[in-house]
Design a protein around this ligand. Structure first.
Ligand SMILES: [Zn+2]
Length: 369
């Protein structure tokens, strides 16, 4: 399908890192142009990020009841200029390039699914809205409210993020994601002249990190990762300050309050030090509720009619589907491309899975939800 390949190429070659609003806006304009002849397009300001895109698709079928939200993001983790070292290319049965898997191909698949439904005049029972966020890779601070508002009006949310692994499993569970910053204030002193007068924030942080790491309960899927630490000024000064950034992941919403409480009840071992804690959960988990499973079963059945055996999977990574699922809206994630290497130099998609993924999206849009 050279036409869809060339759209994917155009999308990949229009670089759009989250922190470069002008570049994201260029990509958003490119998508808007692509759908302009068969959608009502609206853009909204995304604060310091690029514009948010909402496209109400013009699809066959007279009476529309309800709404399906197709959800994706226009931003990538790749800085401008990545194309020089990772150019778009076709090789070994794959398309390669920054953002090709996460998630520019998913957007292209959706557009081609809509075009197919129009060309074949297949009636679509619901309104279909495509929303592309510009800040997903940085936690969706600016787009969350719009995502939730559109989800509340919808009977189902289809997330165009890549599938899991080289078989492209769909995602029926994602962990909730949060982060904490733990700061220690100690007492500075000359390490040689006045050692006893000092209370080392670094030594205190080291003790606290042992406690924090023990908050993890890996068997229950709860992980706690002190990923970045800092502190001190010079080796001959007892450190007055130290801090840690800690990532947390929880499979169930009810795991979060307990974990937050444990962070907030950290007490210093050296009582001359003080501890302050900021942060919390910023993406609720996408839990595998009966409604999510029912939506997956619909997709599985549609897949069978296309000769594809779809499996489900769970992941520790979050997406904007976490927000919609937490509102109780049936959400199916991982409907985009099949490939590997998201956020990595070998980012690529399988060419021989482009057709069935596109067809699956078309089938789902045509189903009553
Ligand atoms: Zn993504």
């Amino acid at each position: 399908m050279p036409e869809i390949d060339s759209l994917i190429r155009q999308f990949v070659e229009c670089e759009s890192p989250s922190d470069d609003a002008a570049s994201v806006d260029r990509f958003v304009a490119l998508v808007a142009d692509t759908v302009a002849s068969f959608a009502k397009v609206k853009t909204r300001r995304g604060g310091k990020f690029g514009k948010l895109l909402e496209c109400r698709m013009d699809l066959p079928g007279r009476r529309k009841t309800g709404q399906i939200l197709a959800l994706g993001h226009s931003d990538t983790v790749w800085p401008i200029g990545t194309l020089r070292s990772m150019p778009f290319r076709e090789a070994d049965g794959r398309l390669w390039g920054p953002g090709v898997l996460d998630m520019k191909s998913g957007i292209a698949f959706f557009i081609f699914a809509v075009r197919a439904l129009r060309d074949l005049e297949i009636p679509v029972p619901a309104q279909v809205v495509l929303q592309l966020n510009s800040d997903e890779e940085v936690g969706s601070p600016a787009s969350r409210a719009l995502t939730e508002a559109n989800a509340r009006k919808s009977t189902a949310v289809l997330v165009l993020e890549p599938g899991t692994g080289l078989t492209g499993k769909l995602k029926t569970a994602r962990k909730g994601v949060g982060d904490f910053t733990v700061r220690i204030a100690g007492r500075a002193a000359h390490a040689g002249v006045d050692f006893r007068a000092g209370a080392s924030a670094i030594v205190e942080l080291a003790r606290q990190i042992e406690r924090i790491a023990a908050f993890a309960d890996v068997d229950r899927g709860i992980t706690v990762n002190p990923g970045v630490i800092g502190g001190g000024s010079r080796s001959n000064v007892v450190a007055a300050e130290a801090w840690a950034h800690v990532d947390i992941r929880v499979p169930r919403l009810r795991d979060a309050p307990r974990l937050e409480k444990r962070f907030r009840s950290l007490r210093p071992v050296d009582t001359r030090c003080t501890i302050s804690v900021e942060g919390g959960l910023n993406r609720p988990p996408l839990e595998r509720t009966p409604a999510v499973v029912a939506l997956f079963r619909k997709a599985q059945k549609a897949g069978r009619s296309l000769g594809v055996d779809l499996e489900e999977s769970s992941t520790g990574g979050g997406s904007d589907g976490n927000f919609t699922a937490a509102l109780g809206i049936p959400t199916l994630d991982g409907l985009g491309a099949v490939g590997e290497g998201a956020h990595a130099v070998h980012e690529s998609i399988l060419i021989d899975r482009i057709a069935d993924r596109t067809a699956l999206l078309a089938e789902l849009l045509a189903l009553p939800m």
